[in-house]
Write a protein that binds this ligand. Structure first.
Ligand code: FES
Length: 165
């Protein structure tokens, strides 16, 4: 079992996580780890801290390592502070053949960020290389805050990213 965590989960986060725990058989709260990390990351402006991961482990009554290994394995979890809007440009085969490289070059030139970096104003976070997001027929595509945008051109990218707060 984990020791007393240094951060506390908000009441809202605990309630949401408890809903997820309730979806699984008793004693299988480990199945709620991904959902719990999503909830906590969302509340913490898009990234996780060791203290928050410890708090999740404590709430789920799991060893810390079982939370850390999930958070560090999946690309949807960030372990460092990032810009408030998460942008993922798919670079897998279909998108690559349809010009994802040109889209990334454009973002680098226009916003001064490469994959894994955030703009200085904290507005945009360009995630590291993303594998196929399952929208190959709309290649090249990107995901912005969990929403898909397809058939991208540099102009379309500017329109979408320019509209973010
Ligand atoms: S290759 Fe980009 S969505 Fe499938």
């Amino acid at each position: 079992m984990s020791a007393e965590p240094r951060a506390q989960l908000s009441e809202h986060a605990r309630e949401e996580i408890n809903l997820w725990i309730g979806k699984f058989p008793g004693g299988r709260q480990r199945s709620a780890v991904i959902a719990a990390l999503h909830i906590v990351q969302h509340e913490n402006k898009g990234f996780l801290t060791p203290e928050l991961m410890d708090a999740v482990a404590s709430h789920l009554e799991l060893p810390r390592i079982q939370v850390y290994e999930v958070a560090s394995f999946y690309s949807m979890f960030e372990l460092q502070p990032v810009g408030r809007n998460s942008v993922s440009v798919c670079t897998n085969v279909s998108c690559m053949l349809r010009g994802s490289g040109r889209i990334l070059d454009h973002i680098a030139k226009q916003y001064g960020i490469k994959e894994g970096e955030s703009t200085e104003d904290g507005r945009i976070f360009l995630k590291k290389e993303e594998e196929c997001l399952g929208a190959c027929t709309g290649a090249p595509m990107m995901m912005v805050n969990h929403r898909y945008y397809e058939h991208l051109t540099p102009e379309k990218v500017d329109e979408i990213l320019g509209g973010l707060e």
